[in-house]
Design a protein around this ligand. Sequence first.
Ligand SMILES: Nc1ncnc2c1ncn2[C@@H]1O[C@H](COP(=O)(O)OP(=O)(O)O)[C@@H](O)[C@H]1O
Ligand SMILES: [Mg+2]
Length: 408
Amino acid sequence: MSDYEDEMELDAPVSKDKAIQFSSDNTAGKQKRIVADLPVEAEDNLPWVEKYRPSTLGDVSGHQDIIATINRFVEQNKLPHLLLYGPPGTGKTSTILALAKQIYGPKNMRQMVLELNASDDRGIDVVREQIKTFASTKQIFSASTQQGSSTAKFGLGAFKLIILDEADAMTSAAQMALRRIMEKYTANTRFCIIANYTHKLSPALLSRCTRFRFSPLKKEDIRRLVDHVISQEHVNIAPDAVDSLVSLSKGDMRRALNVLQACHAGSRPLPMKGQPPIKEADINYELITNDTIYSCIAAPHPEDIRLIMTTMLSTPDITSCLNTINALKSSRGLALADILTALAEELQTLEVSAATRVTWLQGLAEIEYRLAGGGSEAVQTGGMVGVVRTGCELMGEKGVGEKMSVDG
Ligand SMILES: Nc1ncnc2c1ncn2[C@@H]1O[C@H](COP(=O)(O)OP(=O)(O)O)[C@@H](O)[C@H]1O
Ligand SMILES: [Mg+2]
Protein backbone atom coordinates (compact mmCIF):
# COMPACT_ATOMS: atom_id res chain seq x y z
CA MET A 1 0.00 0.00 0.00
CA SER A 2 2.73 2.40 0.98
CA ASP A 3 4.57 1.62 -2.23
CA TYR A 4 1.57 2.65 -4.21
CA GLU A 5 1.32 5.94 -2.39
CA ASP A 6 5.03 6.47 -2.92
CA GLU A 7 4.56 6.16 -6.57
CA MET A 8 1.70 8.59 -6.70
CA GLU A 9 3.81 11.15 -4.94
CA LEU A 10 6.74 10.63 -7.22
CA ASP A 11 4.70 10.67 -10.35
CA ALA A 12 2.72 13.71 -9.34
CA PRO A 13 5.23 16.49 -10.00
CA VAL A 14 5.83 15.23 -13.50
CA SER A 15 2.25 15.05 -14.53
CA LYS A 16 0.37 17.48 -12.35
CA ASP A 17 0.35 20.35 -14.75
CA LYS A 18 -0.69 18.27 -17.71
CA ALA A 19 -4.09 19.19 -18.95
CA ILE A 20 -6.27 16.43 -20.23
CA GLN A 21 -6.32 17.42 -23.80
CA PHE A 22 -5.41 15.93 -27.01
CA SER A 23 -2.17 14.97 -25.51
CA SER A 24 -0.44 17.76 -27.36
CA ASP A 25 1.40 18.70 -24.23
CA ASN A 26 1.67 15.53 -22.28
CA THR A 27 3.46 13.00 -24.36
CA ALA A 28 6.95 11.85 -23.61
CA GLY A 29 7.99 12.76 -27.10
CA LYS A 30 7.25 16.36 -26.40
CA GLN A 31 8.93 16.19 -23.02
CA LYS A 32 12.05 14.72 -24.50
CA ARG A 33 12.18 17.40 -27.13
CA ILE A 34 11.90 20.15 -24.56
CA VAL A 35 14.65 18.53 -22.58
CA ALA A 36 16.89 18.35 -25.60
CA ASP A 37 16.46 22.06 -26.18
CA LEU A 38 17.36 23.03 -22.65
CA PRO A 39 20.78 24.35 -21.72
CA VAL A 40 23.05 21.81 -20.11
CA GLU A 41 22.56 22.93 -16.49
CA ALA A 42 18.79 22.57 -16.77
CA GLU A 43 19.11 19.07 -18.10
CA ASP A 44 21.39 18.26 -15.19
CA ASN A 45 18.63 19.23 -12.80
CA LEU A 46 16.26 16.68 -14.30
CA PRO A 47 15.45 13.84 -11.93
CA TRP A 48 17.49 10.84 -12.95
CA VAL A 49 14.36 8.73 -13.28
CA GLU A 50 13.37 10.98 -16.18
CA LYS A 51 16.84 11.50 -17.57
CA TYR A 52 17.46 7.76 -17.78
CA ARG A 53 13.97 6.70 -18.77
CA PRO A 54 14.32 4.08 -21.50
CA SER A 55 13.53 5.66 -24.86
CA THR A 56 13.22 2.48 -26.90
CA LEU A 57 11.80 -0.95 -26.09
CA GLY A 58 15.33 -2.32 -26.27
CA ASP A 59 16.44 -0.04 -23.43
CA VAL A 60 13.92 -1.46 -20.98
CA SER A 61 15.78 -3.73 -18.56
CA GLY A 62 14.37 -7.13 -17.72
CA HIS A 63 10.93 -8.28 -18.87
CA GLN A 64 12.47 -9.87 -21.97
CA ASP A 65 9.44 -12.10 -22.55
CA ILE A 66 7.00 -9.22 -22.42
CA ILE A 67 9.08 -7.05 -24.74
CA ALA A 68 9.50 -9.93 -27.18
CA THR A 69 5.76 -10.58 -27.23
CA ILE A 70 4.92 -6.92 -27.73
CA ASN A 71 7.46 -6.72 -30.52
CA ARG A 72 5.84 -9.71 -32.17
CA PHE A 73 2.43 -8.01 -32.01
CA VAL A 74 3.93 -4.93 -33.63
CA GLU A 75 5.64 -6.93 -36.37
CA GLN A 76 2.41 -8.69 -37.23
CA ASN A 77 0.47 -5.42 -37.09
CA LYS A 78 -1.84 -6.96 -34.57
CA LEU A 79 -1.75 -4.93 -31.44
CA PRO A 80 -4.48 -5.98 -28.99
CA HIS A 81 -5.69 -3.82 -26.13
CA LEU A 82 -2.99 -4.06 -23.52
CA LEU A 83 -3.07 -4.24 -19.76
CA LEU A 84 0.25 -3.73 -18.03
CA TYR A 85 0.18 -4.29 -14.31
CA GLY A 86 2.62 -4.75 -11.49
CA PRO A 87 4.37 -2.91 -8.67
CA PRO A 88 5.66 0.66 -9.13
CA GLY A 89 8.99 1.43 -10.74
CA THR A 90 9.16 -1.66 -12.90
CA GLY A 91 8.92 0.07 -16.26
CA LYS A 92 5.23 -0.06 -17.21
CA THR A 93 4.89 3.56 -18.23
CA SER A 94 8.31 3.54 -19.87
CA THR A 95 7.47 0.47 -21.91
CA ILE A 96 4.26 1.85 -23.37
CA LEU A 97 5.81 5.25 -24.09
CA ALA A 98 8.70 3.54 -25.86
CA LEU A 99 6.24 1.43 -27.81
CA ALA A 100 4.25 4.49 -28.84
CA LYS A 101 7.42 6.19 -29.98
CA GLN A 102 8.39 3.12 -31.98
CA ILE A 103 5.01 2.90 -33.68
CA TYR A 104 4.40 6.57 -34.47
CA GLY A 105 7.82 8.17 -34.27
CA PRO A 106 8.36 11.09 -31.90
CA LYS A 107 6.73 13.59 -34.32
CA ASN A 108 3.31 11.98 -34.60
CA MET A 109 2.99 10.84 -31.04
CA ARG A 110 1.23 14.07 -30.18
CA GLN A 111 -1.68 13.51 -32.53
CA MET A 112 -1.91 9.79 -32.11
CA VAL A 113 -1.52 9.20 -28.40
CA LEU A 114 -3.80 10.30 -25.60
CA GLU A 115 -2.21 9.76 -22.22
CA LEU A 116 -4.29 10.14 -19.11
CA ASN A 117 -2.72 9.86 -15.68
CA ALA A 118 -4.10 9.29 -12.21
CA SER A 119 -3.50 12.90 -11.30
CA ASP A 120 -5.87 13.99 -14.06
CA ASP A 121 -9.53 14.04 -13.34
CA ARG A 122 -10.90 10.78 -14.61
CA GLY A 123 -14.46 10.58 -13.50
CA ILE A 124 -17.15 9.38 -15.81
CA ASP A 125 -17.32 12.71 -17.70
CA VAL A 126 -13.70 12.48 -18.75
CA VAL A 127 -14.13 8.98 -20.06
CA ARG A 128 -17.32 9.89 -21.87
CA GLU A 129 -16.10 13.13 -23.41
CA GLN A 130 -12.33 13.23 -23.70
CA ILE A 131 -11.73 9.64 -24.66
CA LYS A 132 -14.76 9.50 -26.89
CA THR A 133 -13.81 12.64 -28.78
CA PHE A 134 -10.25 11.48 -29.20
CA ALA A 135 -11.18 7.94 -30.14
CA SER A 136 -13.88 8.87 -32.60
CA THR A 137 -11.86 11.32 -34.72
CA LYS A 138 -10.04 9.72 -37.60
CA GLN A 139 -6.46 10.76 -38.09
CA ILE A 140 -6.21 13.35 -40.82
CA PHE A 141 -3.00 12.16 -42.40
CA SER A 142 -2.37 8.76 -43.80
CA ALA A 143 0.14 6.67 -41.98
CA SER A 144 2.22 6.06 -45.06
CA THR A 145 2.85 9.77 -45.65
CA GLN A 146 4.34 10.35 -42.23
CA GLN A 147 7.65 12.09 -42.37
CA GLY A 148 10.62 10.92 -40.40
CA SER A 149 8.88 7.77 -39.38
CA SER A 150 11.15 5.17 -40.81
CA THR A 151 10.67 3.24 -37.59
CA ALA A 152 6.91 3.60 -37.68
CA LYS A 153 5.04 0.46 -38.47
CA PHE A 154 2.62 1.63 -41.08
CA GLY A 155 -0.19 -0.75 -40.33
CA LEU A 156 -0.22 0.07 -36.66
CA GLY A 157 0.37 3.74 -37.38
CA ALA A 158 -3.26 3.91 -38.46
CA PHE A 159 -4.45 3.23 -34.94
CA LYS A 160 -4.65 5.76 -32.19
CA LEU A 161 -3.36 4.78 -28.83
CA ILE A 162 -5.02 5.72 -25.57
CA ILE A 163 -2.91 5.19 -22.48
CA LEU A 164 -4.72 5.11 -19.18
CA ASP A 165 -1.98 5.25 -16.60
CA GLU A 166 -2.78 4.27 -13.02
CA ALA A 167 -6.18 3.03 -14.17
CA ASP A 168 -6.92 1.39 -10.83
CA ALA A 169 -7.54 4.90 -9.52
CA MET A 170 -10.45 5.36 -11.93
CA THR A 171 -13.94 5.35 -10.52
CA SER A 172 -15.87 2.19 -11.21
CA ALA A 173 -18.53 4.13 -13.13
CA ALA A 174 -15.80 5.43 -15.42
CA GLN A 175 -14.50 1.89 -15.91
CA MET A 176 -18.00 0.81 -16.85
CA ALA A 177 -18.28 3.60 -19.38
CA LEU A 178 -14.93 2.59 -20.77
CA ARG A 179 -15.83 -0.95 -21.71
CA ARG A 180 -18.44 0.16 -24.23
CA ILE A 181 -16.10 2.76 -25.68
CA MET A 182 -13.34 0.20 -26.04
CA GLU A 183 -15.56 -2.00 -28.13
CA LYS A 184 -17.06 0.75 -30.18
CA TYR A 185 -13.80 2.27 -31.35
CA THR A 186 -11.72 -0.88 -31.73
CA ALA A 187 -11.62 -0.15 -35.47
CA ASN A 188 -9.27 2.80 -35.04
CA THR A 189 -7.99 2.83 -31.47
CA ARG A 190 -6.05 0.65 -29.11
CA PHE A 191 -6.17 1.04 -25.37
CA CYS A 192 -3.33 0.45 -22.99
CA ILE A 193 -4.38 0.23 -19.39
CA ILE A 194 -1.70 0.49 -16.74
CA ALA A 195 -2.40 -0.44 -13.15
CA ASN A 196 -0.73 -1.55 -9.96
CA TYR A 197 -3.49 -3.89 -8.86
CA THR A 198 -5.78 -5.80 -11.17
CA HIS A 199 -8.34 -6.42 -8.44
CA LYS A 200 -9.26 -2.73 -8.57
CA LEU A 201 -10.19 -3.02 -12.24
CA SER A 202 -13.55 -4.20 -13.43
CA PRO A 203 -13.48 -7.81 -14.68
CA ALA A 204 -15.16 -6.69 -17.89
CA LEU A 205 -12.20 -4.44 -18.65
CA LEU A 206 -9.73 -7.16 -17.79
CA SER A 207 -11.29 -9.60 -20.20
CA ARG A 208 -10.95 -7.12 -23.06
CA CYS A 209 -7.18 -6.79 -22.70
CA THR A 210 -4.09 -8.91 -23.15
CA ARG A 211 -2.47 -8.91 -19.75
CA PHE A 212 1.21 -8.53 -18.96
CA ARG A 213 2.48 -8.68 -15.43
CA PHE A 214 5.58 -6.62 -14.69
CA SER A 215 7.25 -8.41 -11.84
CA PRO A 216 9.68 -6.61 -9.53
CA LEU A 217 12.97 -6.20 -11.39
CA LYS A 218 15.77 -8.65 -10.73
CA LYS A 219 18.84 -7.42 -8.93
CA GLU A 220 21.01 -7.78 -12.05
CA ASP A 221 18.61 -5.62 -14.06
CA ILE A 222 18.62 -2.90 -11.44
CA ARG A 223 22.37 -3.12 -11.03
CA ARG A 224 22.96 -2.70 -14.75
CA LEU A 225 21.18 0.65 -14.92
CA VAL A 226 22.50 1.79 -11.53
CA ASP A 227 26.06 1.08 -12.66
CA HIS A 228 25.43 2.96 -15.89
CA VAL A 229 24.09 5.98 -14.01
CA ILE A 230 26.98 5.86 -11.52
CA SER A 231 29.53 6.04 -14.32
CA GLN A 232 27.60 8.66 -16.30
CA GLU A 233 27.10 10.95 -13.33
CA HIS A 234 30.49 10.26 -11.72
CA VAL A 235 28.89 9.20 -8.45
CA ASN A 236 31.46 8.51 -5.75
CA ILE A 237 30.05 5.40 -4.12
CA ALA A 238 31.57 2.41 -2.31
CA PRO A 239 30.99 -1.01 -3.94
CA ASP A 240 29.18 -2.45 -0.89
CA ALA A 241 26.91 0.60 -0.86
CA VAL A 242 25.86 -0.28 -4.42
CA ASP A 243 25.02 -3.80 -3.20
CA SER A 244 22.86 -2.41 -0.41
CA LEU A 245 21.18 0.05 -2.74
CA VAL A 246 20.31 -2.68 -5.22
CA SER A 247 18.90 -5.04 -2.62
CA LEU A 248 17.10 -2.36 -0.59
CA SER A 249 15.28 -1.07 -3.65
CA LYS A 250 13.39 -4.39 -3.75
CA GLY A 251 12.87 -4.51 -7.48
CA ASP A 252 11.80 -0.88 -7.80
CA MET A 253 14.08 0.88 -10.27
CA ARG A 254 12.57 4.28 -9.59
CA ARG A 255 13.37 3.95 -5.93
CA ALA A 256 16.94 2.87 -6.65
CA LEU A 257 17.55 5.88 -8.90
CA ASN A 258 15.88 8.36 -6.56
CA VAL A 259 17.87 7.16 -3.57
CA LEU A 260 21.06 7.24 -5.59
CA GLN A 261 20.37 10.78 -6.71
CA ALA A 262 19.50 11.91 -3.18
CA CYS A 263 22.71 10.41 -1.78
CA HIS A 264 24.74 11.94 -4.59
CA ALA A 265 23.27 15.37 -3.91
CA GLY A 266 23.94 14.86 -0.21
CA SER A 267 27.57 13.95 -0.82
CA ARG A 268 28.27 17.29 -2.48
CA PRO A 269 30.37 19.41 -0.11
CA LEU A 270 28.76 22.65 1.06
CA PRO A 271 30.12 25.75 -0.66
CA MET A 272 32.48 27.83 1.46
CA LYS A 273 31.17 31.24 2.40
CA GLY A 274 32.77 34.12 0.55
CA GLN A 275 34.53 31.92 -1.98
CA PRO A 276 33.74 31.82 -5.67
CA PRO A 277 31.56 28.88 -6.72
CA ILE A 278 33.60 25.84 -7.73
CA LYS A 279 33.27 24.41 -11.21
CA GLU A 280 31.21 21.21 -11.43
CA ALA A 281 34.20 19.18 -12.62
CA ASP A 282 36.36 20.30 -9.67
CA ILE A 283 33.95 19.34 -6.93
CA ASN A 284 35.19 16.49 -4.77
CA TYR A 285 32.14 14.48 -3.85
CA GLU A 286 32.30 12.63 -0.55
CA LEU A 287 32.20 8.84 -0.70
CA ILE A 288 28.70 7.38 -0.40
CA THR A 289 28.93 4.52 2.08
CA ASN A 290 26.63 1.76 3.20
CA ASP A 291 25.50 3.93 6.11
CA THR A 292 24.55 6.77 3.78
CA ILE A 293 22.29 4.44 1.81
CA TYR A 294 20.62 2.98 4.88
CA SER A 295 19.98 6.36 6.44
CA CYS A 296 18.65 7.74 3.15
CA ILE A 297 16.16 4.89 2.76
CA ALA A 298 15.56 5.04 6.53
CA ALA A 299 15.87 1.27 6.65
CA PRO A 300 17.13 -0.17 9.91
CA HIS A 301 20.78 -1.12 9.67
CA PRO A 302 21.31 -4.91 9.59
CA GLU A 303 23.60 -4.66 12.63
CA ASP A 304 20.88 -2.95 14.64
CA ILE A 305 18.41 -5.65 13.72
CA ARG A 306 20.86 -8.37 14.64
CA LEU A 307 21.47 -6.64 17.97
CA ILE A 308 17.74 -6.44 18.66
CA MET A 309 17.33 -10.09 17.73
CA THR A 310 20.17 -11.37 19.91
CA THR A 311 18.95 -9.24 22.80
CA MET A 312 15.51 -10.79 22.59
CA LEU A 313 16.82 -14.32 22.16
CA SER A 314 19.24 -14.08 25.07
CA THR A 315 17.32 -12.12 27.72
CA PRO A 316 14.80 -14.34 29.51
CA ASP A 317 13.72 -11.51 31.81
CA ILE A 318 10.93 -9.80 29.87
CA THR A 319 11.13 -6.45 31.67
CA SER A 320 14.82 -5.93 31.10
CA CYS A 321 14.50 -7.26 27.54
CA LEU A 322 11.76 -4.75 26.78
CA ASN A 323 13.76 -1.92 28.36
CA THR A 324 16.81 -2.74 26.27
CA ILE A 325 14.75 -2.91 23.07
CA ASN A 326 13.05 0.40 23.80
CA ALA A 327 16.40 2.03 24.53
CA LEU A 328 17.79 0.67 21.25
CA LYS A 329 14.74 1.84 19.34
CA SER A 330 14.99 5.39 20.59
CA SER A 331 18.77 5.67 20.32
CA ARG A 332 18.78 4.45 16.70
CA GLY A 333 15.48 6.07 15.80
CA LEU A 334 13.89 2.85 14.54
CA ALA A 335 10.23 2.37 13.79
CA LEU A 336 8.57 -0.87 14.85
CA ALA A 337 7.15 -1.46 11.37
CA ASP A 338 10.65 -1.49 9.85
CA ILE A 339 12.02 -3.64 12.67
CA LEU A 340 9.26 -6.20 12.13
CA THR A 341 9.96 -6.61 8.42
CA ALA A 342 13.69 -6.97 8.89
CA LEU A 343 13.34 -9.11 12.02
CA ALA A 344 11.02 -11.58 10.30
CA GLU A 345 13.66 -12.09 7.61
CA GLU A 346 16.45 -12.40 10.13
CA LEU A 347 14.58 -14.91 12.32
CA GLN A 348 14.00 -17.05 9.22
CA THR A 349 17.73 -17.68 9.00
CA LEU A 350 17.85 -19.40 12.40
CA GLU A 351 17.70 -23.16 12.85
CA VAL A 352 14.79 -23.68 15.22
CA SER A 353 12.03 -26.20 15.82
CA ALA A 354 8.87 -25.99 13.73
CA ALA A 355 6.77 -25.01 16.74
CA THR A 356 9.01 -22.05 17.49
CA ARG A 357 9.04 -20.92 13.90
CA VAL A 358 5.28 -21.09 13.65
CA THR A 359 4.93 -19.07 16.85
CA TRP A 360 7.27 -16.41 15.53
CA LEU A 361 5.76 -16.17 12.07
CA GLN A 362 2.19 -16.09 13.28
CA GLY A 363 2.97 -13.69 16.08
CA LEU A 364 4.89 -11.22 13.95
CA ALA A 365 2.23 -11.31 11.26
CA GLU A 366 -0.41 -10.53 13.85
CA ILE A 367 1.60 -7.65 15.31
CA GLU A 368 2.26 -6.17 11.88
CA TYR A 369 -1.46 -6.27 11.16
CA ARG A 370 -2.38 -4.62 14.44
CA LEU A 371 0.29 -1.98 13.97
CA ALA A 372 -0.98 -1.17 10.48
CA GLY A 373 -4.48 -0.93 11.90
CA GLY A 374 -3.42 1.80 14.30
CA GLY A 375 -2.14 -0.19 17.28
CA SER A 376 0.13 1.76 19.61
CA GLU A 377 3.85 1.52 18.96
CA ALA A 378 4.75 0.93 22.62
CA VAL A 379 2.17 -1.78 23.24
CA GLN A 380 3.00 -3.60 20.01
CA THR A 381 6.71 -3.48 20.82
CA GLY A 382 5.82 -5.33 23.99
CA GLY A 383 3.86 -7.76 21.84
CA MET A 384 6.88 -8.40 19.64
CA VAL A 385 9.09 -9.15 22.64
CA GLY A 386 6.38 -11.43 23.96
CA VAL A 387 6.12 -13.36 20.70
CA VAL A 388 9.85 -13.87 20.30
CA ARG A 389 10.24 -14.90 23.93
CA THR A 390 7.32 -17.34 23.70
CA GLY A 391 9.08 -18.96 20.76
CA CYS A 392 12.27 -19.17 22.78
CA GLU A 393 10.45 -20.75 25.73
CA LEU A 394 9.07 -23.39 23.36
CA MET A 395 12.61 -24.13 22.28
CA GLY A 396 13.64 -24.60 25.91
CA GLU A 397 12.54 -27.45 28.19
CA LYS A 398 9.03 -27.56 26.81
CA GLY A 399 10.21 -28.08 23.24
CA VAL A 400 12.40 -30.98 24.32
CA GLY A 401 9.57 -32.41 26.45
CA GLU A 402 7.16 -32.42 23.50
CA LYS A 403 9.70 -34.16 21.33
CA MET A 404 10.21 -36.85 24.00
CA SER A 405 6.52 -37.44 24.38
CA VAL A 406 6.20 -37.85 20.60
CA ASP A 407 9.11 -40.28 20.61
CA GLY A 408 7.68 -42.22 23.55
N1 LIG B 1 12.63 -2.01 -16.75
C1 LIG B 1 13.24 -0.82 -16.66
N2 LIG B 1 14.33 -0.54 -17.40
C2 LIG B 1 14.95 0.64 -17.31
N3 LIG B 1 14.55 1.64 -16.49
C3 LIG B 1 13.48 1.45 -15.73
C4 LIG B 1 12.77 0.21 -15.78
N4 LIG B 1 11.75 0.27 -14.91
C5 LIG B 1 11.81 1.48 -14.36
N5 LIG B 1 12.85 2.20 -14.83
C6 LIG B 1 13.25 3.56 -14.38
O1 LIG B 1 12.31 3.96 -13.41
C7 LIG B 1 11.58 5.09 -13.85
C8 LIG B 1 10.10 4.84 -13.61
O2 LIG B 1 9.63 3.84 -14.46
P1 LIG B 1 8.13 3.77 -14.92
O3 LIG B 1 8.10 3.12 -16.24
O4 LIG B 1 7.50 5.10 -14.81
O5 LIG B 1 7.56 2.78 -13.82
P2 LIG B 1 6.07 2.33 -13.57
O6 LIG B 1 5.19 3.01 -14.56
O7 LIG B 1 6.11 0.84 -13.71
O8 LIG B 1 5.80 2.70 -12.15
C9 LIG B 1 11.89 5.26 -15.30
O9 LIG B 1 12.02 6.61 -15.61
C10 LIG B 1 13.22 4.58 -15.48
O10 LIG B 1 14.25 5.50 -15.24
MG1 LIG C 1 3.79 4.50 -14.15
